[in-house]
Structure formats: C-alpha cells, structure tokens
Design a protein around this ligand. Structure first.
Ligand code: ATP
Length: 252
C-alpha cells in the first residue's frame, strides 16, 4: 500500500530524515515510535505532501504509484488522510464549510455525524480556533470520518485526550480502520494506518501488526509493537540504537 524507499528530507534547509525505508501493507496497522524531535511528524507530513518538507532523494509509492512529487490534493484523492498533532487554526472558515468541501459529492449527514461525537456545536465555529486538545482530536476524526481514506496517518491520537474521552477517540479510530466491523491483525479488509504514539495507549484499540523506531531521522529497528514498546519503557531508546549499531540487528 505504502512503500518508502531511502527517503531523505530537508526542512528549513536542514537535513531531517535520512534514508528512511518502510512499508505498510494493505490492511496493516503500523506503529511509529521514537523520541521527541526524531522526525516522526515530519515523516507523516512528507507522506501527506506538506510543502515545508523537501524530498532531496528517495521515493514514496502509494498503491504502486510514485507520489513523491504529487500535490496534497492528489494524495488525498488517492486515499491518504491525516490526523495531525497540531493542525492549524483557520480563522474565518467554519468547520462546517471544510466538512462540506471534504464531503464533496458524497452524501453525508454532517449534523448527525457531528452529533454522534458531541461536535455539533463546533460546526459553526472557526476551525480549531479556541478548541481544546481533545476537541481538536474529535474535529480531526470527524473530518476523517467524512473523507473515509484508505490509508490513515495518525499523529499521536492520544495526546491531549483525557482517559474518559480516550475510549471514545480510540473506539472511533478502531471503527474507522475496521469499517465498523470486528477486525483482527493482518485482515486485508481493514484500512491501512501508520500511527505515531509515545504512550502506546492507542494499542488498546488497534490490532497493530508491526512497529518501527525512528531516532534522529533514521529508522533504527522494527519489530512487534508491544515488544518494542516494552523495550522502550524499560530501557529507553538506547537498546534500539545499540542494535542498529550492532549490524542493524532487529529486536524481533
Ligand atoms: N517546519 C519546520 N521548520 C523548522 N523545523 C522543523 C519544522 N518541522 C519540523 N522541524 C524540526 O524537525 C525536528 C523533528 O520534528 P518532528 O515534529 O518531526 O519530531 P517528532 O519526532 O514528531 O517529535 P515529537 O515526538 O516531539 O512530536 C524538530 O527538531 C523540529 O523542530
């Protein structure tokens, strides 16, 4: 579904991602771990095609097509959707206007969808202006519910969400990825996803297939998500870096 080959990316004239290679198969949920500032959000932004992120070499393939130079709208039309960590405030544009554009010709009952996640009263507000952390997450999820992409880029879905709302956010994500059906790991009918998490809370809701650890703009290792998270929690990222230095040995 998504194949990244030897990707190098600069931001503000500074090399940020270095020879990143990873794959996400159809129906696979892949987790991206890594310390603060490692370049995880930059990788998701590059996959989505945000203009601040300049690909200097390497390729991004989606559904078999080279999208390295494709504009954002083309990527969105091909089925990539993103939940950003800090989406911009857009003063003067109401959430309803954006959702109507995203719905396009699809018939969606915006009011009903918004009501189902307690967002109806936000439809007439300017996008993200004054929204709390949890409200931003729900607004992003509402947009994804309308877009219904085939491939989800989720940047720290649990950040800023309280434990009670986490269940709602987690179950919404699960329903989007599983299309409201019960689904299991490696189910080809699932939507695909690349998910950044620090705490791993989202793993309670998603059957994750594999994980990568990104440190200093480079993929250091890959393996079973639960096992890698447990390594990170007990030993930090040092073990992963040591493995990389030891002949790129994988932890799994
Ligand atoms: N548009 C930008 N302009 C300048 N620097 C940027 C930009 N985007 C990212 N960076 C820098 O690139 C580095 C990686 O940022 P990124 O947000 O990708 O990290 P991250 O791994 O997602 O971190 P965190 O876990 O803290 O969210 C940081 O040092 C950040 O300041």
């Amino acid at each position: 579904m998504l194949q990244i080959e030897d990707l190098c990316v600069e931001v503000a004239g500074r090399p940020l991602l270095k020879n990143v290679s990873l794959t996400v198969e159809k129906g696979e949920t892949t987790i991206l771990f890594g310390p603060n500032g490692a370049g995880k959000s930059a990788l998701l932004s590059t996959i989505m095609g945000f203009s601040n992120y300049k690909v200097t070499s390497g390729k991004i393939y989606f559904k078999g097509k080279d999208i390295t130079e494709a504009p954002i709208d083309e990527r969105a039309k091909m089925g990539i959707g993103i939940m950003s960590q800090r989406p911009p405030n857009i003063a003067g544009v109401k959430l309803r206007d954006l959702l109507e554009i995203e719905a396009g010709s699809k018939s969606s009952n915006l009011n009903e969808m918004a009501r189902s996640i307690d967002m109806e009263r936000f439809l007439e507000r300017d996008i993200n202006v004054g929204f709390s952390g949890g409200e931003i997450k729900r607004s992003e999820l509402l947009q994804l519910s309308i877009q219904q992409p085939d491939f989800y880029l989720l940047d720290e879905p649990e950040s800023g969400v309280d434990p009670v709302n986490m269940a709602q956010v987690g179950n919404m994500i699960k329903n989007l990825i599983c299309d409201n059906k019960k689904c299991t790991a490696k189910d080809p009918n699932r939507k695909s996803a690349l998910v950044i998490t620090h705490t791993g809370e989202i793993l309670d809701y998603l059957a994750a297939d594999k994980a990568y650890i990104l440190c200093d703009g480079t993929v250091m290792c890959s393996g079973n998500p639960t096992r890698l998270l447990s390594e990170i929690k007990t030993q930090g990222y040092e073990e992963c870096i040591r493995c990389k230095l030891n002949d790129l040995k994988q932890l799994d």
